[in-house]
Design a protein around this ligand. Structure first.
Ligand SMILES: [Zn+2]
Ligand SMILES: [Zn+2]
Length: 72
């Protein structure tokens, strides 16, 4: 455990934070860091978990190539 922030994985404000970039989010095109919750698709695309969680279901499916609509 980190002696400064008391987290196992230091968040960015901590001087001990390991902010290693893992890759780029395929949705928002911003860097995904090692400490951030993330998902990786089998073909290699990387996403912030946050980005996907914020999407409405139909958009989420579209991101993964599923063309679906809510049926009334
Ligand atoms: Zn720390
Ligand atoms: Zn993102």
């Amino acid at each position: 455990m980190c002696t400064i922030c008391h987290y196992h994985t230091c968040p960015p404000p901590c001087p001990n934070a390991e902010t290693a970039p893992i890759g780029v989010c395929a949705y928002c095109e911003e860097v995904v860091y090692d400490h951030e919750p993330r998902l990786r698709e089998q073909d290699g695309r990387l996403f912030h978990a946050e980005c996907l969680e914020a999407l409405p279901l139909t958009e989420l499916l579209a991101v993964f190539g599923v063309d679906a609509e809510v049926e009334e």
